[in-house]
Write a protein that binds this ligand. Structure first.
Ligand SMILES: Cc1ncc(COP(=O)(O)O)c(C=O)c1O
Length: 417
């Protein structure tokens, strides 16, 4: 069937491929610790009860027609308060755009700023920037990061790629690593962006910064930094991406929000409007009410974070224990989000069946079969396939699932020669 060049060249998700393998084994009755998807099992992590009740009440109150294109005013007012109280940021209601989860905001940011051939710079590993570059025919420049800097990009790594670029896409806490910028690291990057913009004329498009902070309320004792608080003069160039999907385990509820300069937000609003990618109105009404109850939100976050952190810590110490026993594995201390960065350095080893594990995907599929444990290699996030690092997402497993999995991983790795 003939379709557009864009549609025929879309790249499928490697994560979904792994997910299919896991589902196939589950269908055959295997018990798998599924650490692949960046989502939550809602029987382990349900959304807050008050939010659930609020959504039902909003439907009963017939809040079922089109919402305003930028989101209902009470929700944007609540977001104004959150930004002030939790981040010290001053944004008005005309600088905020609500959409059906955060993805439409990312796509709209790209569409509002990128012309075909424009350069977008982003770190590798990172989540989905390669796909948004493809959708907008951008020149994608993935900048490799390293374990030494917790896989967060540094100003020195980014700077050589920013001359003439249109967008720098950053995220903290970062999917897939669960690591975060320090204020110093981010401030240095802001300075490089500001310096680049000072070198451009008024006729040129500036270098914009998309800052995805969707995991910013899920941090474990590490302070979340944002570019505008650190360098107020960067405000005109920053588009923030944020929302409720991760911090409330509400990935299926679909309420995201972005904020930035009113002119850009207005254009993004038109783009989101043409896509019809608004957040459902009843969910917006409930979210406005829920987020205005500071104590209720804080109580939920405290319990939710503790549970995620317990799982991440169990996984982290499980791998550090294996390392101390002589296995060639490692892990990076979790800082935020729902992810752990794990090194499993077994590429080139031979399985008991005599198969050589040629790349990280082979290592992953070996662990799925031998240890009933499924991770996602960093090659799914823009790194080379010979890189021995993996993302583990803890949202779809219990703490017990993780504890039960570690001996299976040990046994499976012991069999490799
Ligand atoms: C870094 C990051 N940004 C944005 C999103 C999209 O969130 P939503 O489900 O609200 O579209 C995700 C989802 O995995 C994510 O990891």
């Amino acid at each position: 069937m003939k379709v557009s060049a864009l549609a025929s060249s879309l790249i499928g998700s490697e994560i979904i491929k792994i997910g299919n393998e896991v589902n196939e084994m589950k269908r055959k009755g295997a018990q798998i610790a599924n650490l692949t998807i960046g989502d939550f099992d809602s029987s382990i992590y349900p959304i807050p009860t008050e939010l659930k009740e609020g959504i039902v009440a909003a439907y009963h109150a017939n809040q079922t027609n089109y919402p305003p294109a930028d989101g209902i005013l009470p929700l944007r007012e609540t977001i104004v308060s959150i930004l002030k109280e939790r981040y010290g940021l001053e944004y008005g209601t005309s600088e905020i755009l609500v959409s059906g989860g955060s993805r439409p905001l990312i796509y709209a940011t790209y569409l509002a700023l990128i012309d075909p051939g424009d350069t977008v710079v982003f770190p590798a590993p990172s989540w989905n920037n390669n796909h948004y570059c493809h959708l907008t025919s951008a020149n994608a420049v993935a900048v490799e990061t390293d374990a030494e800097n917790n896989f967060m990009p540094t100003a020195a790594q980014l700077k050589p790629h920013l001359k003439g670029a249109t967008l720098l896409a950053l995220c903290s806490p970062l999917n897939p690593t669960g690591t975060m910028f320090t204020a110093e690291q981010l401030a240095e990057i802001c300075d490089v962006v500001l310096e680049e913009n000072r070198s451009r004329t008024a006729d040129e498009k500036p270098l914009y910064l998309m800052y995805d902070q969707i995991y910013s309320l899920l941090t474990f004792g590490v302070d979340h930094a944002n570019p505008v608080s650190l360098r107020p003069e960067i405000r005109d160039y920053v588009i923030f991406v944020d929302g409720s999907s991760k911090c409330l385990a509400a990935t299926g509820v679909r309420v995201g929000w972005g904020f930035g300069p009113a002119d850009i937000i207005n254009r993004m609003k038109a783009l989101v409007g043409h896509m019809g990618a608004w957040a459902p109105k009843a969910e917006q009404v409930a979210m406005a009410d829920y987020f205005s109850q500071t104590a209720v939100l804080d109580k939920f976050l405290e319990a939710f974070k503790a549970k995620i952190q317990d799982s991440l810590n169990a996984l982290y110490s499980g791998f550090i224990d294996l390392k101390s026993e002589g296995f060639t594995v490692d892990a990076v201390q979790p800082m935020g989000a729902i992810y752990l960065t794990i090194k499993i350095d077994y590429i080139g080893k031979t399985t008991p069946e005599g198969d050589v594990l040629k790349n990280s995907a082979d290592v992953n599929f070996y662990l799925i079969k031998e240890a009933q444990a499924a991770l996602v290699p960093f090659s799914a996030f823009g790194n080379e396939e010979n890189m021995p690092w993996f993302r583990a997402s803890v949202g779809a497993c219990t703490l017990q699932d993780i504890k039960d999995m570690m001996p299976r991983i040990k046994a499976a790795l012991s069999k490799l020669k």
